[in-house]
Design a protein around this ligand. Structure first.
Ligand SMILES: Cc1cc2nc3c(=O)[nH]c(=O)nc-3n(C[C@H](O)[C@H](O)[C@H](O)COP(=O)(O)OP(=O)(O)OC[C@H]3O[C@@H](n4cnc5c(N)ncnc54)[C@H](O)[C@@H]3O)c2cc1C
Length: 366
């Protein structure tokens, strides 16, 4: 590929797309508004390397996760933490999936599962939890991912411009496209890949997504687990329940609750919409940890001894169309007015292979 490309957004998706394009011969510049790479959703997340279990209501999302899991494990092995037991538990009341349905679903996607040993089963309230399974799911260390991506960007020859927010993309005569930063500096390119996640619809000159976006301000407390839960991670399915996962870079665990993690949410309407990053910055941050732990300890009594350390607050952006099935496809859209501009909404970290496949299909048709 003999072209100049601007990739906007230095999260996991933007970095991966930039490396992929540079490896094919493109002259790539990556623009990131923060002072470092992977500081936003790609760092502030639950660090779960999905293996399908989480999506019993979206077979395609679960199945894609199963396919991507091994490949991700192979390509990012130094960033993967495996030394914990991952338990999926089914709530007796209010779950959208029964134990039998969960077992059949895991069987259909060929995800390993077995009834939990009694040492783990005893952690749960039998009044509220009907079944517990040991599964195979891992965590990733986002700081190690960042280091690996930095090295791969350098090897591929990508120019990285940090602390550079792109404000507009202009169509020109000398250059097909010019990306203009917030200080008015412009760079001429042939293609633009907009990988700005929550900022997808906030750059002038790029058409807003045809599919509606929902933004959520999510809080994930970072906690120290009680001794009984050392090296254990739990997800209670499938409804207004909770989950805790290792957050390897801080030596703590994230704690999330379907009811209390989203602190506010809004769907985008006709433009102009507020820039979600500015909305988050202006928000007063207050923790819902108390509500979360009071609910969760009914299911796992020893959680009463969990210790709160800190909270991660981050924007989560998803497609409104997946509200009901909880599916997490990527969004890949070519700008209707300018076929050299592509907007790509990242999804789960392992969905990156779906994104790179879409990039290849787009380029082969271009
Ligand atoms: C609370 C939460 C929990 C999650 N848990 C998991 C999980 O356990 N497992 C999983 O696989 N996925 C999880 N996800 C989803 C996953 O983290 C994201 O889908 C993924 O990180 C998106 O990557 P990205 O590169 O598209 O976005 P980001 O990492 O947010 O990168 C976008 C980048 O664009 C930059 N940017 C924005 N506007 C501009 C601009 N105008 N100019 C220049 N730069 C700009 C931003 O600063 C940012 O660095 C979670 C997400 C959240 C929020």
């Amino acid at each position: 590929m003999d072209s100049r490309v601007a990739v906007i957004g230095g999260g996991f998706y933007g970095c991966s797309v930039a490396i992929h394009l540079a490896q094919q011969g493109a002259d790539v510049v990556l623009f990131e508004r923060s002072p470092d790479l992977l500081t936003r959703a790609s760092y502030h997340n639950q660090a779960r390397l999905h293996n399908g279990y989480h999506y019993p209501r979206s077979f395609s999302t679960a199945y894609r996760s199963r396919l991507n899991f091994q490949r991700f494990l192979h390509e990012f092995r130094p960033a993967i933490v495996t030394e914990f037991v991952k338990l999926y538990a089914i709530a007796r009341v209010g779950s959208k999936v029964s134990p039998r349905q969960f077992e059949v679903f895991c069987h259909n996607i060929e995800a390993p599962i077995r009834p939990a040993r009694s040492c783990f089963l005893d952690l749960f309230s039998p009044r509220l939890i009907s079944s517990v399974y040991e599964t195979q799911e891992y965590a990733f260390d986002a700081a190690v991912l960042r280091r690996l991506l930095r090295e791969r960007l350098a090897q591929a020859g990508v120019t990285v411009k940090l602390a550079t927010a792109i404000a507009a993309v202009e169509v020109g005569t000398v250059n097909p496209l010019t990306v203009v930063d917030s200080n008015g500096n412009g760079a001429g390119v042939d293609y633009v890949f907009n990988c700005t996640y929550s900022g997808l619809n906030a750059i002038a000159g790029i058409a807003p997504s045809r599919l509606r976006l929902k933004h959520e301000i999510a809080e994930m407390p970072l906690v120290q687990l009680p001794d009984e839960l050392r090296e254990v991670s739990v997800t209670v399915m499938d409804g207004p329940f909770f989950s805790f996962m290792p957050f390897p870079n801080r030596g703590l665990s994230t704690f999330s609750h379907v009811r209390y993690t989203p602190q506010s949410a809004w769907t985008e309407a006709a433009p102009p919409n507020p820039n979600p990053y500015i909305t988050l910055e202006s928000l007063e941050k207050r923790s819902n940890f108390g509500f979360m732990v009071r609910d969760a300890q009914r299911y796992i009594p020893c959680l009463a001894n969990m210790v709160y350390r800190d909270s991660l607050f981050e924007l989560k952006t998803v497609l409104v169309k997946n509200e009901n099935d909880d599916g997490r496809p990527i969004l890949f859209e070519v700008d209707p007015a300018q076929s050299r501009i592509v907007s790509l909404l990242g999804s789960k970290i392992d969905n990156i292979y779906d994104a790179l496949e879409a990039v290849d299909q787009y380029l082969s048709a271009a």
